[in-house]
Design a protein around this ligand. Structure first.
Ligand code: ZN
Ligand code: ZN
Length: 76
């Protein structure tokens, strides 16, 4: 999974990368909870993204971002 993302990134032009960053829903994001491509990516206020189900489960145990430990607010 990660190899494919790296190849796609290296083949994209700088302009493509900027476009992909803005349209982040269509860009594969890795969830650092299950270490796979995020399913229904959910972005926290710190801009880290996780699967919606992963972050929901995580939030029941911890109120901090798994990556940077920023407080999680307003999880829907
Ligand atoms: Zn996940
Ligand atoms: Zn974070």
């Amino acid at each position: 999974m990660n190899c494919i993302a790296v190849i796609q990134k290296s083949e994209a032009t700088e302009q493509d990368v900027k476009r992909l960053e803005r349209i982040d829903i269509t860009f594969d994001q890795t969830c650092s909870i299950c270490l796979d491509v995020a399913v229904q990516p959910y972005s926290l206020e710190c801009e880290h993204s996780f699967c919606k189900e992963c972050i929901k489960g995580w939030h029941q145990r911890s109120q901090e971002c798994p990556t940077c430990r920023a407080p999680i607010k307003n999880l829907r």
